[in-house]
Design a protein around this ligand. Structure first.
Ligand SMILES: O=C(O)CCCC[C@@H]1SC[C@@H]2NC(=O)N[C@@H]21
Length: 255
């Protein structure tokens, strides 16, 4: 039987004018596949859904484990030419959370959390267009990978206990989750290209899991979350004043 169902498939495709929509039964990683294609010169807009990934990847070289049927794993690829790339994964998080459920919160820079547990992650990568570069010459091919837990996965080896979307939306299947997010993500990529992170900043702050909480950063900084800047940098109130953080692992310090 085709996955997702014909009806869901048609609705997803209808939300994505200009995109090719593809479902692969198995691939190492939907991000890796789109990055390989981009390096080989395939720069067209694609939504690639993977039913199963044998080598799913997360940020910082981590593995992304996902059980088929109990998760949704996909990557969007398209040429993007924003003036400033900072904050793209935050903008994607805003779009995902808005499309999935009002109880979800965003953990800077790229996670969706339910309460104190991670429910989804985002992996953004970009590839330079190979020469001869098509117009717009300054663009790069952006690959936006998303992994959403539907059922609660086993916590094996994870630093925090995971959550699943079925806790909020009982019985939701991968196709229905895809239908919720596909159009919103395509629109967010277009809005990001036009205006960068700034149009998403207020919505991020409204969903910011870290705001006002005691934080420990991997670079040794500690303080409390003070929102995000217009370029997506995390603001941390420290004893010495407010600092802007552009890359670090952040954890909430136990009170
Ligand atoms: O939380 C993270 O560190 C990001 C996880 C991103 C996982 C998704 S699943 C689809 C796409 N393909 C991958 O290999 N990774 C992303």
């Amino acid at each position: 039987m085709r996955w997702p169902s014909e009806a869901v498939w048609e609705q997803v495709v209808a939300q994505l004018p200009g995109f090719t929509v593809e479902v692969l039964p198995e691939i190492d990683s939907s991000n890796s596949e789109l990055m390989r294609r981009a390096r080989a010169g395939q720069l067209d807009p694609v939504l690639l859904v993977a039913e199963r990934q044998s080598a799913g990847r997360g940020r910082l070289g981590r593995a992304w484990q996902a059980r088929p049927g109990d998760s949704l794993t996909f990557s969007f690829g398209r040429l993007l030419a924003p003036q400033d790339w900072s904050g793209l994964s935050l903008a994607v998080g805003v779009a995902l959370a808005g499309a999935l459920h009002p109880d979800l919160r965003l953990k800077w820079p790229n996670d969706l959390w339910l309460g104190e547990r991670k429910l989804a992650g985002i992996l953004v990568e970009t590839a330079a267009a190979p020469a001869p570069t098509p117009a717009p010459a300054q663009g790069r091919y952006a690959v936006v990978g998303v992994g959403i837990n539907l059922a609660v996965p086993a916590a094996d080896g994870l630093s925090t206990a995971p959550a699943g979307l079925r806790e909020l939306l009982p019985g939701i299947e991968a196709g229905d989750a895809l239908l919720r997010v596909a159009g919103a993500l395509a629109s967010a990529l277009a809005a990001f290209e036009a205006g960068g992170f700034a149009p998403f900043q207020a919505r991020f702050q409204a969903l910011d899991l870290l705001a006002g909480r005691p934080l420990q950063l991997s670079d040794g900084t500690s303080g409390s979350g003070a929102g995000v800047r217009g370029d997506g940098a995390l603001l941390v109130q420290t004893a010495g004043g407010t600092v802007a953080v552009t890359s670090a692992e952040v954890s909430v310090r136990p009170a």
